[in-house]
Design a protein around this ligand. Structure first.
Ligand code: ATP
Length: 223
């Protein structure tokens, strides 16, 4: 039996997003990662409102409700309302400082799609983020490593690791996941929802999330 004094704290895995709405391009890869890394939980954390984008179409509470419904797919998925509870936009670096304060000895893995990784050097204090967390990058159709800016390519060369053990403690490594790509975006889904009759199934959208969208008349216009 492992002594509680020597047991490693459980890693914290976190995917932040607008989730306007959440879709299987978020869920399927993170469940594959949870298998690979043995994560018992993955936090799905809707942001208050991304500073670099127009406001989401669904309200904060609606996006959280949809994330909560999607989390019913697997008991490892956790809807995390930390950023929404702040009542103002929170930058990733500040969220990760909070996670570190709460779990000083745990490994923290911050998950993002390749599209986000390609822009990572534009994030506030991106180097500090790497002091606070590991990055786990999901492949995404249309976004290639060859598009990486040179400063980030240099960081990747130093920090890339391919073994799951490296990510079980500390921070600062980068994992390029080889999970199957899921060719969907919330933007494409919103467009599809606006154009489909109420009765149609929408692939890559959780049926409970779809029912919520329909009953709240969300995403009815394309703008
Ligand atoms: P939008 O189309 O409105 O920009 P989105 O589909 O990219 O939305 P977000 O909530 O903005 O969804 O994404 C949250 C995180 O999930 C980001 O790091 C993004 O890169 C990643 N992500 C979203 N969709 C996918 C996908 N299909 N494959 C891999 N990563 C994804």
């Amino acid at each position: 039996m492992t002594s509680p004094l020597t047991a490693k704290p459980a890693p914290i895995a976190l995917l932040g997003g607008t989730f306007d709405p959440i879709h299987q391009g978020h869920i399927e890869p993170v469940l594959k990662l949870a298998d690979t890394f043995g994560w018992s939980h993955v936090h799905l954390q809707p942001c208050f409102a991304p500073p670099h984008r127009p406001q989401p179409e669904a309200s904060d509470q609606q996006r959280l409700a949809m994330v909560t419904l999607a989390c019913q797919q697997d008991s490892r998925l956790l809807a995390d309302d930390f950023e929404l509870r702040q009542g103002k936009p929170t930058r990733t670096v500040h969220t990760l400082h909070h996670v570190r304060q709460q779990h000083p000895n745990a490994s923290v893995c911050f998950i993002m799609g390749m599209d986000s990784f390609l822009q990572f050097t534009s994030w506030l204090n991106w180097q500090q983020i790497l002091d606070l967390a590991h990055l786990v990058v999901l492949p995404r159709p249309g976004y290639q490593l060859t598009q990486l800016p040179p400063d980030l390519a240099a960081e990747l060369k130093l920090r890339q690791r391919g073994d799951s053990e490296s990510f079980s403690q500390g921070a600062g490594f980068i994992y390029l996941a080889e999970t199957p790509t899921v060719d969907i975006s919330a933007t494409a889904l919103r467009r599809q929802l606006a154009q489909s009759p109420d009765t149609s199934r929408i692939p890559l959208l959780d049926p409970a999330v779809l029912a919520y969208i329909r009953s709240h008349n969300l995403y009815q216009s394309t703008h």
